[in-house]
Design a protein around this ligand. Structure first.
Ligand code: GLU
Length: 273
C-alpha cells in the first residue's frame, strides 16, 4: 500500500451477511463513514463472510443496496473475507510456529459439561485439550492465552482517545480457527484491518471486549494498532437494543416500502431515529 494511502484516515464497515441490516447497522455504518469523510479519508466496505454455512449472497446484495440507499459511498472494491482465506492461514501458521495454538477436539456438549464443573461453573473454556495428544479427529485451533500474554506483556489500546488496559485473559483460550471455518472472526478481522490500512475502527460497544483479543493478536502478529471508537448501541423506547428487538424492520423492508434513506440517515445522525 502506498505511503500516502497508509497515512490517510481509514475506517470501515464490516457486516456479516448472515441476515438483513437493521437501524443499528445503519447507525454504525454512518458513524464510520462520517469519521472518514470529515477528515478527507477512506471508508471501506468489507463483507465478513467466512461463515460459509450462514452467509448468503442475497444478504450481500441487500447490504450494498441499503448503504447506497442511505447515501453512503465507499472507496475501492468491496472486499470479501471468503476470498482471503490464505491470509488467515498464514497468520495461523505464524502463531502455530510460535507455539501458541493447540488443537481442541471438544464437542459443544463436552465444553458445556467441562464448564459446569462441580466446584463452580467456569466462565471460559477450561483448557481441557491444552495438553491432549494429537489424534485424527475434527478439531478447532485455540490460542494458549497464558502463553500469549506472557509473550506480549501488558498491552493497551485507545478507545475514544482514552487508554484501556487490554484484558484478553478474561476470555480464555479463544478459538482462532473453527472446526467448520478456516478462521474465526477475531483472527480475520485483525488480519484484514491491518492489511487494509484501517486507522480508526468505529463499531458498536458490543465489540468492546473483542478488542482485547484483537489487540493481543496485533502484538503477536506485529500488526499496527488502530484507534478505536466503540459507540453506544441504538435502543428503542423500552431501552432494549434495536438489533435484538423482536420484529424491528430491516433496512431492506424500509427501502422497499419507499422510505427516504437519506432522510433516515440524517435522523440517525441527529439522534432522532
Ligand atoms: N462482522 C462483525 C459483525 O457483523 C463486525 C466486525 C467489526 O466491526 O469488527 O458483527
Amino acid at each position: 500500500m502506498p505511503a500516502h494511502i497508509r497515512a490517510m484516515v481509514t475506517t470501515r464497515f464490516a457486516p456479516s451477511p448472515t441476515g438483513r441490516l437493521h437501524l443499528g447497522h445503519a447507525y454504525s455504518a454512518i458513524l464510520a463513514h462520517d469519521v472518514a469523510r470529515a477528515r478527507g479519508g477512506r471508508f471501506l466496505l468489507r463483507i465478513e463472510d467466512i461463515d460459509g454455512t450462514r452467509s448468503r449472497p442475497e444478504h450481500v446484495h441487500a447490504i450494498i443496496d441499503d448503504l447506497a440507499w442511505l447515501g453512503l459511498t465507499w472507496d475501492g472494491p468491496v472486499v470479501f473475507q471468503s476470498q482471503r482465506l490464505d491470509r488467515y492461514a498464514a497468520a495461523l501458521d505464524r502463531l502455530r510456529g510460535l507455539g501458541l495454538l493447540y488443537r481442541c477436539y471438544c464437542t459443544r456438549a463436552e465444553i458445556a459439561e467441562a464448564m459446569s464443573a462441580p466446584h463452580g461453573p467456569a466462565a471460559v473454556y477450561p483448557g481441557t485439550c491444552r495438553k491432549a495428544p494429537k489424534r485424527d479427529a475434527p478439531h478447532c485451533w485455540r490460542l494458549d492465552m497464558a502463553a500469549a500474554v506472557t509473550r506480549t506483556g501488558p498491552l493497551t489500546w485507545q478507545n475514544h482517545g482514552r487508554t484501556i488496559l487490554a484484558d484478553p485473559q478474561a476470555q480464555g483460550d479463544v478459538v482462532l480457527a473453527r472446526k467448520d471455518a478456516p478462521a474465526s472472526y477475531h483472527l480475520a478481522v485483525t488480519v484484514d484491518d491491518a492489511a487494509q490500512g484501517v486507522t480508526d475502527i468505529v463499531r458498536g460497544r458490543d465489540l468492546f471486549e473483542a478488542t482485547h483479543i484483537h489487540r493481543l493478536l496485533q502484538a503477536l502478529l506485529d500488526l499496527p494498532v488502530p484507534a478505536y471508537r466503540h459507540h453506544d448501541l441504538l435502543t428503542g423506547p423500552d431501552g432494549e437494543r434495536l438489533a435484538k428487538r423482536h420484529g424491528a424492520p430491516s433496512l431492506a423492508a424500509m427501502r422497499e416500502a419507499g422510505e427516504d434513506g437519506a432522510a433516515l440517515a440524517e435522523r440517525l445522525r441527529a439522534g432522532r431515529a
